[in-house]
Structures are given as C-alpha cells and as structure tokens.
Design a protein around this ligand. Structure first.
Ligand code: ARG
Length: 277
C-alpha cells in the first residue's frame, strides 16, 4: 500500500527526465549543431590585447572597453570569421603578450614602425596619425624646437616618446615617461610638465572634451612624421593574411566608413590608406 505512490512518482520522474533529454536534443538541432553537430566548425575565439587608456581608440567605460579600435577590430574579425576576447593589459605588456604568442593579436592605436617590424607582423595600415603637442593655452611653445629645454611628459615606449627623445636626447631627464597617456596628461595639468607629445586624434579629442582645462594643441608637420596604425601580430602569424583580406573587405563594403563616421563624424581617406599596402 505504501509502494504505490512511490511507483507512480518514479514513473513521472522518469518521463520528465526523458522529456528534458529530448528538449536538449531539440535545442541542439535548432542552434545549428544538429545530428552532425560534433563535426560542425566552431567559431574560434582569439585573444586580443590592448591598452585601454587612449580614447577615442580604446578606453574603459566602467569595465567595458570601448572605442574606434574596438568597433573596427570586431568588424574585421567578424568578416574573417572569428570571435574576439579583448583584454586590457596595458601598453608595455601588449608587446610581451604578442611576442610570447599568449595573445593572437593587439589593437591599440599601434604605429607601424621599422623597428617594431623586426619583431612583429602588422596588418595593412588602417588609420592615419601623427604626433602633436599638448600645452596649456598660455604656453609659448609653438613648435617641436621649443620643447628642447622644457619638461615633456610622454607615454613611455610610444612614437611620441621616441620623437621627444630625438629632440631632447635619449637620456634627458626632462623627459617624464608614464605607463599610460592619461597619466602624462595629469602631469601636465598638475604643472609637472610643460607639454605632452602624443597622437593627434587623442589630444585633439581630449581638448575638445575638456574645454574647461585650458589646454591647446600645437602641430609641427615638419618635426613629426606621418604614421599609420596597424593590427599587431606575432611574427609569421597566419592570421595576418586573413585579417588583411577582411580589412580590405570592410574598407570596400562601407563598414569601415560607417564606424569611422560614428567616432569621428567625417569620411575616412581609404584611398590613402590602401595606397600604403
Ligand atoms: N601610436 C603610438 C605608438 O604606436 C601611441 C600608441 C599608444 N596607444 C595606446 N593605446 N596607449 O607608439
């Protein structure tokens, strides 16, 4: 007499388990893995590293990494058939992570230079840049030449750092080097430096977004070279060819221009970029 309810209960439980199992199988079919699900190609996730202290290219919004570079690399990766996991590791660690192949690629407003090309591979150029000088509004600094006997703050290991070393001398203690560009700007705001040298788009955006901080941008097209950003890969990475092809597709199908418009409100010069390939 006591056994009956238990028996019914166990039948119901078994039925429920059976239904649940069917449900799972069904869901698998719908999600596309199907009967041959085990053989279906899975989208590969690549590990991407960046230094998210370089708005508008990459910066943190809460714990989310946002910026032109982020939208750009997601569009190119989607075209190439990859998913991305983007991690904010800081500037110097980017190069360690890529060289040791712990990361698959880096996007971080990284200028393609001959020196870096010795140790890394770059994609085709995707952005045009040059260094400019950020100074207080009332500064007398009008050119790179005027930086020579001044204290200049830079992000260490950048092309801005190299340009200032070229002007002031490699070991000049007047060059204050910081781990990220925001710290260099803080030093300027606190009066610890007379200028910051960094990528034009970054400091122009900074001035536009902080009109109350009394800063201005000085350009010197003679002293500072034209630079191009590229996606950074470990040397001989097979991803380079795939990403170069996908990059040209997003250049040509309007996706790049759309992302560029969103972030900069103007048309990109794709012709100039492609002429560098
Ligand atoms: N374009 C410069 C360089 O490659 C500065 C890049 C700094 N980027 C960054 N995310 N902090 O040296």
């Amino acid at each position: 007499m006591k056994k009956k309810p238990y028996f019914i209960f166990s039948i119901i439980t078994s039925l429920m388990l059976l239904l649940a199992a069917c449900g799972t199988a069904d869901e698998n079919t719908q999600s596309g893995s199907g009967a041959e699900g085990d053989n279906a190609p899975e989208t590969k996730t690549l590990r991407v590293v960046t230094d998210a202290a370089y708005a508008p290219f990459e910066s943190l919004e809460g714990d989310k990494i946002v910026g032109f570079d982020i939208d750009f690399i997601n569009a190119v990766a989607e075209e190439a058939g990859y998913e991305l996991e983007i991690e904010n590791v800081g500037w110097d660690p980017i190069f360690v992570e890529i060289e040791s192949k712990r990361a698959d690629l880096a996007v971080s407003a990284i200028t393609i230079t001959e020196e870096r090309k010795q140790s890394y591979d770059f994609s085709h150029p995707y952005f045009l840049s040059t260094n400019k000088i950020l100074v207080p509004e009332d500064s007398d600094i009008q050119s790179a030449e005027d930086l020579k006997d001044q204290v200049v703050a830079v992000q260490g290991g950048t092309t801005g750092d190299a340009a200032v070393e070229g002007l002031l001398g490699k070991n000049n203690t007047n060059i204050k080097k910081f781990d990220n560009n925001n710290l260099a700007i803080q030093e300027l705001l606190q009066g610890g430096a007379a200028a910051v040298v960094a990528d034009n788009t970054v400091i122009e955006e900074y001035v536009a977004n902080n009109p109350d901080q009394g800063l201005k941008v000085v350009e010197d097209t003679h002293a500072f070279e034209l630079e191009f950003y590229g996606i950074l890969f470990p040397k001989d990475s097979e991803l380079k060819a795939e990403f170069d092809e996908a990059l040209n597709t997003v250049f040509e199908n309007g996706t790049y221009a759309e992302i560029y418009q969103e972030w900069f409100g103007s048309e990109p010069d794709i012709e100039t970029l492609q002429s560098q390939q």
